[in-house]
Design a protein around this ligand. Structure first.
Ligand code: ADP
Length: 428
């Protein structure tokens, strides 16, 4: 072979080698692409299988929680969990065998539910959370709380539903409602009874008071010292009874929301001076140092003067009742641009912190025993609270056991909210 032919062969051989190595590289790339795809596919398969495991777990957990689950295709149930078989009483084979899911639904609910299902399947926006009922296999009505979603598998939309049996909850709600209704009736009956009894007590009480006063004024003739003492006792007892009857009547009116306020301009300073004067003799008898601390000459307010006087008297009576002889009771007034604040401070027995949150509740007493040292029916403070609050004011207490108490209330200076209106415990 000559030199030329040899070098041409060599070139040809080199070209072949280059082509071969190019092919090899292409083959390698294709191989690695294939490997990558295979790997991606494996990853996808494992992700799908993981997802399936998760869905299965959710499905089972829902069953464990008693949440029924089913899928409806058209009208037929195509998938159902164990909890729904328990809720309905039917086996899953029986449920799959039904022509329509609606066969489970009581007749009176069927039309409405069918309409809702059709609207949902046609893509309209209907509530996806509602209550419905099915008839259990044994014939009793089961109330369900249902949440539904439309899912698109392939071309057909399906309805996926999660159902919870709320029959027992509904029954309890109904029982509670009935009980509440009954309690309201009893409450109204009690208010009516209190109102009637207090009205009925008033007439004989007025007779007792009237004739006692005749006797005290010696209209029926002279009395011996002993007789005058007995008459004074009767009078004091009748006065206490009168306060109780008045409280009962106010209580009944506040319960019924029919207590009428008569707000007009009235002087709070004058009210406080008047009450102080009225209590001075009692303070002397009880050996209590009563002080009035009012620096203003007057404090005109739009208020129901009689009712505010009743509040002051009530708080002051309590201060006297719970302060032993030798103690002090102070009645004071502080004014600023926004409000007038009245405080009644005593050096009496005080109140434990555990009682303070309930003190203004109806009938609440710190010592509810029948052997307690002081009389009362637990009406004064709730009545005072309702009266102050219906004026747009606030009421409160600071106290410590054995350290005395300060009861206070404040009234807005620009007048009461409910001027000539009827008010009650729920008026704010
Ligand atoms: P009551 O007619 O029973 O006194 P109130 O509603 O006026 O009813 O008072 C409720 C309870 O609050 C009282 O029974 C008493 O235990 C407590 N209380 C009220 N005022 C005072 C006070 N100044 N000091 C101590 N305890 C008081």
């Amino acid at each position: 072979m000559n030199k030329r032919a040899l070098s041409s062969r060599l070139r040809h051989r080199k070209a072949l080698l280059r082509a071969e190595s190019r092919e090899n590289a292409q083959l390698k790339a294709a191989l690695s692409q294939l490997q990558q795809r295979l790997f991606d596919r494996e990853q996808l398969d494992s992700a799908i299988s993981e997802e399936n495991t998760v869905y299965k777990a959710i499905f089972d957990a829902q069953s464990d929680l008693g949440e029924g689950f089913f899928i409806v295709d058209g009208r037929k149930i195509v998938q159902v969990n164990e909890a729904f078989t328990r809720i309905s009483g039917y086996s899953s084979a029986e449920l799959h065998g039904l022509d329509s899911f609606l066969d489970l639904v009581p007749e009176d609910e069927r039309a409405g539910l069918r309409e809702r299902m059709d609207e949902r399947l046609s893509g309209r926006d209907v509530h996806d959370h509602y209550e419905t009922a099915i008839v259990h296999r044994d014939g009793h009505r089961v109330i369900l709380e249902v949440a539904v979603k439309v899912i698109h598998l392939g071309t057909r939309p399906r309805i996926l539903a999660i159902a919870r049996d709320i029959t027992e909850r509904k029954r309890m709600e109904q029982a509670l409602q009935d009980q509440n209704h009954r309690l309201q009736e009893l409450d109204a009956l009690k208010s009516c009874f209190i109102s009637t009894v207090s009205h009925e007590l008033r007439t004989p009480l007025a007779t007792v008071m009237g004739y006692t006063e005749f006797l005290e004024e010696r209209i029926g003739g002279p009395l011996t010292g002993e007789q005058a003492h007995y008459v004074a006792q009767i009078h004091a007892g009748a006065q206490r009874l009168e306060i109780l009857v008045d409280d009962l009547l106010d209580f009944a009116r506040l319960e019924a929301g029919t207590l009428r306020l008569n707000c007009e301009e009235s002087d709070l300073v004058q009210t406080l001076r008047q009450v102080d004067e009225e209590f001075t003799p009692l303070a002397q008898v009880k050996g209590i140092d009563l002080q009035l601390r009012v620096s203003e000459a007057s404090a005109p307010l739009i208020m129901d003067g009689m009712r505010i006087e009743q509040v002051v008297k009530n708080l002051l009576s309590n201060a006297f009742k719970f302060t032993p002889p030798g103690g002090q009771v102070r009645l004071s007034l502080a004014l600023d641009d926004a409000e007038a604040r009245v405080e009644i401070t005593d050096s009496g027995i005080g109140i434990g912190a555990q009682h303070l949150p309930f003190l203004f509740d109806r009938f609440y007493q710190v010592d509810p025993s029948s052997t307690r040292a002081h009389g009362g029916a637990g009406l004064g403070l709730p009545i005072s609270k309702a009266l102050v609050e219906s004026h747009g004011g606030r009421i409160g207490v600071r106290s410590q056991e054995k350290q005395g108490s300060t009861f206070w209330f404040s009234l807005p200076r620009d007048g009461c909210v409910h001027r000539q209106e009827t008010v009650g415990f729920h008026t704010t």
